[in-house]
Design a protein around this ligand. Structure first.
Ligand code: IVH
Length: 679
């Protein structure tokens, strides 16, 4: 009983939403959702009706066609109703369509006519003795609107029929689609943009908007085209036998037909055509949203007849839906290797373009707010391009009362350290970089790297094995590895010698500089230079640990956001635990040179060209040891340029700005004066 009430409520809701969108599409020509989204809603309703046929609502749109015509045009009742087509979306459904036709036509061979499914507006044209007398929109399928004045302005549409081969019928009603070819659409939008007028979202909207103008001059100015795809009435009878002959005949009388058109001997061949056209779709001159598959023989079409709103002899074979509807079951926060927190929606699994999607990233908290997505919401999931699925739209209409909003967590879901997001940043991060298991691999890699603690030999292979043995929970465990010599020896291909080499390298790394150690901590925004500036400014780790925001911001090279990251790092309790363990393990350094004793303190130097006696890194280190900053580009603030062989534009610029230039030898003798010699 309750379940039935739920189903009825769901049906009512879908019917109401579909009615709104139908009105927007057919009557106002202002669709607010994509056709594929409409299809999803429609199919959801149809599936419910199939499952609960007893509960089908009397006003369901699944057995009628469009909306009511607008009153401003004269209404015309179609002598032959303009029906719609059923849809198939994949090979199985296509084959099922063919099976149903075969079962009704026992022992008959069936050929299929395959046409482009134009994404425009269906219209009907009346010709009396070969003269165009009326054009009518589809409307609700029974009654449409008289748009003769506009239809007459469509350039490729014959106003008078003529043919050398065929006689012209006394009365002819032709069905087809009005649309705006892609090139015309682009030109129209570009022109509108230049005039500051409104642009159209897609060719279909542009065509619809143009056809429904009361002033035919407007329609005339729009690049519309008509493509014929069927004959509704012909007096006297045309005597044609197949769909494809009808298209040829229409073409002979002066109508444009689709630029591709096939006759297939089997439904397998139809599938092949579908795959081919899906590939070539972007090269076509018009927008299509699929193919129309029709039983080719007109007598067979008659035998098959109609079912409610659709012919049994034809179906639309839509291109893969790149969107699907599903519900958000939960939203989790994932911590990346660099500490970023990414919200991930866990979905009720749904097929999107042939792939089952059950998780989809929501990128950041800003995106959650933009979409206003909540746990329990119904969403449209798109696969943009080929791979990454995304939530394109939330349907507040379907929001259950108990839907939950999502907040940025205060603490990291992996390590419980505070989550931080400085103002102006889009991404939230876990501040427990030294401790957080999610960030462990990156933290270790960075910690051991050459410019940090420089532990040679502790490469990715070692790290992986050590993590596997649970010997590295955080970077401080590196200095306890010697306690696990036996376990290390058991690691595949790690002999006595390599274990000893590793332990020696670890031991050697304990003597470092404060700058290298600060850099090794992997604080966000703190690169090698900034780390050295911090060391020089604060002189001790203890002073840096307790520095306030103001003091941090005053450090050369530290911007406002980096200052916040530094503060957050030293406020995360777990990081401090790891720091203490590192120091307890014996990491030490000599007191850095006091800034006042640094002869090149605060100067900006640039190195360019090839140095023959040393590498650029070495020259950089020498300069930095004397308090200079080494920058990548020459500006008026540059103190001096060191120019090696083949120096190019930087040398030119320095000369232009009158900045002192030194060659390699001059540089080396200056360094020697300050006690910096090559290592
Ligand atoms: S034949 C009994 N052929 O698709 C209906 N329709 O979703 C026979 N359409 O309203 C329609 N291209 O506007 C047919 N090559 C084609 C078509 C085509 C586009 C449209 C048509 C129809 C809608 C059905």
């Amino acid at each position: 009983m309750t379940q039935h009430a739920d189903v009825v409520a769901q049906m009512r809701q879908l019917i109401q939403i579909l009615a709104q969108h139908n009105h927007a599409y057919y009557v106002l020509d202002q669709p607010v959702i994509a056709d594929s989204e409409y299809d999803q809603l429609f199919h959801q309703l149809k599936a419910l009706e199939q499952q609960y046929p007893d509960l089908i609502q009397a006003d369901t749109p699944t057995n009628k066609v469009g909306g009511q015509p607008l009153s401003k045009f004269e209404s015309v009742t179609h002598a032959v109703p303009m029906l719609s087509l059923g849809n198939v979306f994949n090979q199985d459904e296509l084959f099922a369509f063919a099976r149903r036709a075969e079962e009704r036509l026992p022992n008959q061979t069936i050929q299929y006519d395959v046409e482009l499914k134009f994404d425009g507006l269906a219209i009907s044209l009346w010709y009396a003795n070969g003269v165009l007398v009326r054009g009518v929109t589809r409307g609700d399928g029974e009654t449409g609107e008289d748009i003769t004045h506009n239809v007459k302005t469509i350039r490729n549409l014959p106003k008078i029929l003529s043919s050398a081969e065929y006689s012209i019928p006394e009365f002819l009603e032709v069905r087809g689609e009005v649309l705006m070819p892609k090139s015309g659409f682009e030109k129209l939008n570009a022109a509108n943009l230049a005039k500051g007028e409104k642009t159209f979202a897609n060719p279909r909207n542009a065509a619809a908007g143009s056809l429904r103008q009361l002033d035919p001059k407007i329609a005339a100015s729009r690049p519309l085209a008509f493509y014929a795809y069927g004959i509704a009435q012909c007096v006297p009878h045309h005597g044609l036998n197949t769909m494809s002959e009808s298209l040829d005949w229409l073409h002979q009388l002066g109508f444009a037909v689709g630029e591709r058109h096939f006759v297939c001997d089997s439904i397998q061949a139809v599938q092949e055509v579908y795959e081919q056209i899906n590939q070539e779709r972007s090269q076509l001159s018009v927008e299509i949203d699929g193919l129309v598959i029709k039983v080719n023989d007109l007598k067979q079409q008659q035998q098959l007849g109609f079912l409610s709103r659709e012919p049994r002899w034809a179906t639309a074979y839509k291109f893969p839906a790149v969107a699907a509807l599903t519900t958000v079951e939960n939203i989790h926060w994932q911590v990346g290797r660099t500490g970023t927190l990414t919200p991930v929606a866990r979905l009720n699994p749904v097929a999107v373009g042939g792939v089952t999607v059950s998780n989809v990233t929501l990128h950041n908290i800003g995106e959650i707010h933009r979409l206003d997505v909540r746990i329990g919401d119904t969403v449209s999931v798109y696969r943009s391009g080929d791979v990454i699925p995304k939530v394109e739209k939330v349907w507040p209409e379907f929001r259950p009362a108990e839907a939950e909003t999502v907040q940025l967590p205060a603490c990291c879901p992996v390590c419980d350290s505070p989550v931080v997001m400085p103002e102006g940043e889009a991404l939230a991060r876990c501040s427990g970089g030294l401790y957080c298991a999610a960030q462990r691999i990156e933290a270790i890699r960075h910690f051991v790297s050459r410019k940090a603690m420089d532990i040679e030999g502790l490469g990715d292979r070692w790290v992986e094995s050590l993590l596997h043995l649970n010997l590295l929970k955080d970077v401080s465990d590196i200095y306890h590895l010697h306690e696990h010599r036996e376990a290390l020896l058991k690691i595949e291909k790690m002999g006595e010698k390599s274990v000893q080499n590793l332990l020696d390298a670890i031991e050697r790394s304990k003597k470092t500089t404060l700058g290298a150690f600060i850099y090794a901590l992997g604080i966000r925004g703190v690169g090698e230079t900034t780390a050295r500036m911090l060391a020089n400014t604060f002189q001790t780790l203890d002073a840096l640990r307790v520095a306030n925001l103001e003091a941090l911001k005053k450090t050369p090279d530290v911007g406002d956001i980096t200052a916040e990251w530094i503060l957050d790092f030293f406020q995360a309790p777990h990081n401090l635990e790891v720091l203490d363990r590192l120091l307890a393990a014996g990491i030490h350094w000599d007191a850095p040179l006091a800034p006042t004793r640094q002869p090149l303190n605060g100067e900006s130097w640039v190195i360019t060209g090839t140095l023959s006696k040393m590498g650029r890194d070495e020259a950089t280190q020498m300069l930095q040891a004397l308090g200079a900053r080494v920058s990548g580009s020459v500006s008026s603030k540059t103190k001096c340029l060191v120019a090696g062989e083949k120096a190019g534009s930087k040398l030119e610029k320095a000369e232009k700005l009158g900045i002192p230039v030194m060659n390699e030898d001059q540089f080396l003798s200056l360094m020697a004066e300050y006690g910096q010699t090559q290592g």
